[in-house]
Design a protein around this ligand. Sequence first.
Ligand code: MV4
Length: 498
Amino acid sequence: MFKKLLVANRGEIAVRVLRTAREMGITTVAVYSQADRKSLHVEMADEAVEIGPPPPLESYLNIERIIGAAKATGAEAIHPGYGFLAENASFAKACSEAGLIFVGPPSDALRRVGDKLEARQLALSVGAPVIPGMTAVQPDIGAFKKEAQKIGYPVLVKAAAGGGGKGMRVVSSLADLNAGLEAAMRESQTAFGDATVYLEKYIAEPRHIEMQILCDEHGNAVWLGERECSIQRRHQKIIEESPSPVMTAKLRVEMGQTAVKIAKAAGYRNAGTVEFLYEKGHYYFLEVNARLQVEHPVTELCTGLDLVALQLQIASGEPIPLTQEQVQPRGHAVECRIYAEDAARDFLPSSGVIAALAEPQGPGVRCDSGLREGLEISVHYDPILSKVITHGESRDEAIRRMRRALSDYVILGVATPISLLLDILKHPAFLSGKLSTHFLDHHFADWKPPRPSENVQEMALIAATLARAGARRSDGALSSKARPTPWQTIGHWEIAHG
Ligand code: MV4
């Protein structure tokens, strides 16, 4: 195992990776932008290097500065977290050229699965179920027309360089095909610098189910179970869970084996996710996510494994320390993502200073967070603040724990979707597991936050007054106080909207 690791990320994922590295006795290096000087990940690491101004291109996306920081501190390996450089083949290559271990797949595998058409071909080559559609670049509009006719409308135009829904257009008839192709090509050119698009049959009401896998350099591979991530808005997931309410033991084995076959065909290594769409008992390959994902904790709570520890072991050349038979997921886990955004105002990003904070705890409750009181939430980065993950013997128990945990969560200073999450967690369609990627559009399109009771507002005022009185300390430090603040007992609340 290497002795020193640089974490090329920020926020809750940087904190999460640093924790595991410290448990493993690995010396840690954090990098941070000028906007993150007061961040938790900077304080937690053994060393920290400032890498530039707040804009990502000048800091967390700057390959030279990050590799420079690794060289300067003697780090042997770099964990990219997710987002930023995590799936960047040039970064993976730059790491190996600098003699550094990239904690992720080889750059060739990153390139292969990053091209959605190539990933489709890979899936087809191993006999995986793939959505009917094109498998090669088509030279002209005539070929697209013919293909759409063959697939049958509605069809979906997708960007080869895509992901995250950019460069995608649903086309319901021949009359709209031209316009749909042009719009998708334009968007794809702008977003990815590549206008290549292809067609697939449009699946109208799918679930999004993904399979966690691990591959090592010795040819071993295991699958760790699925996560259902159907509850999302504009391709941003909000709630994930494992197992999926529609999964059967037979389908799980099939999906797991399919995922491993695709990864092996891609020359994949380290932790990864193979995404599928599911509809009416059938599943179809969608794409490969070549990174540790935001929602990995639900798999950790069900399997009892530490995926970051496994990533570090695999990256250092060790074999996967368990067999497929030793993977025995247990119970049910749910994750809620806490973003700095206003769910009542069309999820507008929210910035501000964390004025008060009390994070949930207790049996079966995990909170992965980079928050602390006094922290400034800036507009420069992805608005994810933290995640609450709960585990129980049953889905019902995990959900009840989540409702309790979220109603304990106090984050003052920025808007969060906690009251929306609490409403989803008691909705009959959610409780009966009737999910699809259109869940929020179907059930929460006109959602308004519940008006807090007068009682809560009064209590909040009292709590604010007491907290202010208690905050008169000489050191001005951010460390937690000896006595609990009222925020730790008042629970979730917010000021009445509009
Ligand atoms: C689809 C689809 C329906 N039919 N493909 C969205 C992101 C991109 N990576 C793939 N996506 C989709 N592909 C076919 N043939 C619907 C989606 C989709 C979706 C997929 C997963 C999770 C959320 C989604 C939200 C909207 C659309």
